[in-house]
Structure formats: structure tokens, C-alpha cells
Design a protein around this ligand. Structure first.
Ligand SMILES: [Zn+2]
Ligand SMILES: [Zn+2]
Length: 452
């Protein structure tokens, strides 16, 4: 069986057909040592690749115009040519070219500025194959932001990072290089912060299939606000801290049991926070006309409980059950159409439980009346249908249900009835006979009061 040394030695000889090595019989130590040696061979190759890329760039330099190498090959820039020839990205090609500028043996254009000493140190390390071109480019771009700092201090910093780089992953090196740069240039921190902050954005783009894609970049301050909130919502999944407090234990169990993926949980948390936030906005962020979610449905579909409903502004249909649940939870009145497409009403918000009423319900119910999930997970279910009983909004006509149980109730056309101070779930048994099961409060405080 070929050893790693033989394989690596033969790699560069393209006259010998390439044969992959079989490693299944190797011991752990041999495997790890091989990975290290492969990385070193790769760094040597990188150094050669950077030298070649540098020469391609030199022969494609702007003043040569159409006679330049890249343009005579029909490509606009040397990075496009390098990427095409090597089958890599133009970003990787640019990294090679940038690194080439630091290499000791480089052909300097006559008018080129000399390479600063700290950058030459980086070039020397690449040429000696002690660091990868990726690490070299990272150190260069991090430290260049501190330029204007004393040349000797920069050279010392570069030397330190080059010495540390071999023991670090690229991610660790990025953090470390940022620290070293900030120590050198404390005064530049504010400016770099501004640069990062200027790059922040959020873009919302509707997709052809009815989904909406959200893309964005958060600057450090924005990320510090948003990320821990999403982490807190999903932390039990990611092996977060375990608690002894029974409520916390229950919450962790609920989250683990939840059939949603961690990413779905993060999105639902974000949507919920936006919804709650828009409710408490006093007009400063969103103006005095609060955006209301409106649902559009025909009277016929709603009465038949089959058909299609639409959220205003969205092109994809949702089920009538979703419309019902939404109407129930938000207190919205749907915009109804008759069969000729005439709007029957204007769908203003109505019957919405106030924050105070929700707080009272949370104290009374202690969570989802059906499964016990905490109040923060719950929607208020109106036990009266939206067009029955003049739409009473006192807290007796609402109970807390988590989204899942709430959907279950509406999808199965179950009802919740009030019986004195208690609530009963009314659903048909397998023979179609209506049965009532009691839905006791989940509130520990309330059960103590009643017991006492
Ligand atoms: Zn529930
Ligand atoms: Zn409901």
C-alpha cells in the first residue's frame, strides 16, 4: 500500500496517472500527521500559484490594454482569467494576486510603490510555505486598516500574528488579528465601527413560490441585540444550560419536544417579536396608522369552510382554517367578498383583546389550556365565532391556546365552551357524539387560591 509520502511525492508528476490513496487501514496518528503534511504541500503549491498568478496579473496590467494577457484571452481581468484556467472563484484568484504583490521575488512595475516592510514579512511567510495564502490575505487586510500606525509597530504585530497563525483556524485568526489591530490603533476603532455599520442592510424579496426571502447583514451592535434573543429561544436545542427551576425545566422540555426545526423556531420567534413590537409601538417607528394584517376571503368559502383565503399583499392562497384561526387570534374581521367579487365590509380590526386582558387570561389559564405551554407561546382563542354573539371581548370569552393547539381546534372544528368558571373542550367521539372534557387552569397560583 502506498504511503502518504509516496502519494504526495508523486502528486506533481502529471505523467503518472493519478490514483487516490486508500486510508481506511491507517491509525489515528498517521491520519492526523498526513492531514498536516497535506496542508504543508498545499501551502507550497499556494506559494507557487501566487507567483504564477502575480505574473499573469503583471502581463495583464492595465496599461497594456488589449495586448494584455487577460484581454487577449478574451477576459476582462486577470482574476477572471486565473479563475477560468484553474476552475476557482474570482475571489480566490484575487487572493492569489494580492498575495503575489507581497512575495519577495516579485517583478515590480517601474512606477509601483515599494511594499511596506510589514507586508514583506507576510510575503516571506507565504514564500516559505509557513502560512496559507488565505491566512496571509487575512492578516494583510486586518492590519492594513491600522495603516498610519508606526511602521515598526506594524511589523511587530505582523510577526506576532504570523507566528501564531499555524496554531489557529482561519476564524480564530480573524478574531486574533482584529484584536492585535485594535491594540495598535485604538483611535481607529470608531472609524472601523462606522465602516461596518454602513454595511448593514435588510432586504425582503418575494419569491415566485409565494415565500419571501429575507437577506441582510447585521453590524456588531445590531447582532448583539438580535442574536442573543434568537439564541435564547433555541438554546435548549443547542445544548444550552439546564435548569432546576420547574418552569424552566418544563420550557426546555417543550422546546425539545417541539417538532419545528431550530431554524423554524428562530423564524417564528422573530415573527412573534415583530408582531408584539408593532402592537406596542406608540407611532414613532410605524407612524400613526398601525399596519394591520388583513385577510381576504369570500363569504361562501368561509361559511363552507373550504376554499381559499389571502393575506393582503400576499399572492399565495392560505386555507380557510388558517383564516379562521387568524381571525380568532387577532380579533381581525375578514374582508368578505360576495360571489360577484364585491367587498361586503372593510375588515377593520375589532374584538382584539387588550394587553391587560391578555395578562389577566395568562394569570387565569397559566398557559395553553390544552397542553400547558407557557403563556408567551399562546394566542387568545375567542370561544365565540367572530360573527356570533356580537363579538364580546370580555376575558370570559377568550382562552389561551398555543399556536399548535389553536390550529388543532380550528382544523377539527372543535369548540370550547364555558361552564360557570370552567372551560370544556367539545369534540365528537369516534361515533360522532359530542363529548366534553374539562380544561383545567394551568396556573399554579390559581390552583393554590382555589385549594386554599
Ligand atoms: Zn397547546
Ligand atoms: Zn381560535
Amino acid at each position: 500500500m502506498a504511503s502518504i509520502t509516496d502519494s504526495l511525492t508523486r502528486l506533481g508528476d502529471l505523467s503518472v496517472p493519478f490514483t487516490p490513496v486508500s486510508v481506511t487501514g491507517w491509525g489515528d496518528a498517521e491520519l492526523l500527521a498526513s492531514q498536516g503534511r497535506i496542508a504543508e504541500v498545499r501551502r507550497r503549491l499556494d506559494a507557487v500559484a501566487a507567483t504564477v498568478a502575480g505574473e499573469i496579473a503583471h502581463r495583464s496590467r492595465r496599461e497594456l490594454g488589449h495586448a494584455g494577457l487577460a484581454q487577449s484571452e478574451g477576459l476582462r481581468t486577470p482574476e477572471e482569467l486565473i479563475a477560468k484556467v484553474s476552475g476557482t472563484s474570482t475571489r480566490d484568484a484575487r487572493t492569489l494576486m494580492k498575495t503575489a504583490e507581497l512575495l519577495p521575488a516579485r517583478e515590480l512595475a517601474p512606477d509601483a510603490a515599494p511594499v511596506p516592510r510589514w507586508q514583506r514579512l507576510i510575503g516571506d511567510a507565504v514564500a516559505a510555505a509557513t502560512i496559507s495564502v488565505e491566512a496571509a490575505e487575512l492578516i494583510r487586510t486586518r492590519l492594513i486598516a491600522a495603516e498610519g500606525v508606526d511602521e515598526n509597530a506594524l511589523a511587530t504585530a505582523a510577526g506576532r500574528l504570523l507566528a501564531e497563525a499555524s496554531g489557529l483556524t482561519i476564524e480564530q485568526l480573524a478574531i486574533r488579528a482584529g484584536r492585535v489591530r485594535d491594540e495598535l490603533d485604538l483611535a481607529g476603532i470608531a472609524e472601523r465601527e462606522q465602516e461596518l455599520r454602513a454595511k448593514r442592510f435588510l432586504r425582503v424579496s418575494p419569491q415566485l413560490d409565494g415565500m419571501t426571502r429575507v437577506t441582510g447583514l447585521l453590524d456588531p451592535e445590531s447582532a448583539a441585540i438580535v442574536v442573543p434573543i434568537l439564541d435564547a429561544a433555541t438554546s435548549p436545542r443547542r445544548g444550552g444550560p439546564r435548569f432546576v427551576n420547574p418552569d424552566a425545566v418544563q420550557r426546555v422540555e417543550d422546546i425539545m419536544r417541539d417538532e419545528r426545526s431550530t431554524e423554524q423556531l428562530a423564524l417564528d420567534t422573530l415573527v412573534e417579536l415583530v408582531r408584539i413590537g408593532s402592537r406596542v409601538d406608540d407611532g414613532k417607528l410605524l407612524g400613526d396608522r398601525k399596519p394591520a394584517v388583513r385577510i381576504l376571503v369570500t363569504r361562501t368559502d368561509l361559511d363552507a369552510r373550504v376554499g381559499a383565503a389571502f393575506f393582503e399583499g400576499q399572492s399565495e392562497a392560505v386555507s380557510v382554517q388558517t383564516a379562521e384561526r387568524f381571525i380568532c387570534a387577532t380579533g381581525a374581521i375578514p374582508i368578505l367578498f360576495d360571489d360577484d367579487g364585491k367587498a361586503l365590509n372593510l375588515g377593520r380590526e375589532h374584538r382584539l383583546f387588550s394587553e391587560k386582558q391578555r395578562t389577566a387570561m395568562a394569570a387565569r389559564d397559566g398557559g395553553c389550556l390544552m397542553c400547558g405551554r407557557p403563556p408567551s407561546w399562546c394566542e387568545a382563542h375567542h370561544i365565540d365565532h367572530w360573527d356570533e354573539h356580537d363579538g364580546r371581548t370580555d376575558i370570559d370569552s377568550g382562552v389561551l391556546l398555543c399556536r399548535f393547539c389553536h390550529l388543532t381546534v380550528h382544523n377539527n372544528r372543535w369548540r370550547i365552551r364555558r361552564d360557570g368558571g370552567d372551560y370544556l373542550l367539545e369534540k365528537p367521539d369516534p361515533n360522532g357524539v359530542l363529548r366534553h372534557t374539562s380544561l383545567p387552569s394551568r396556573s399554579p397560583a390559581l390552583s393554590r387560591l382555589l385549594a386554599g
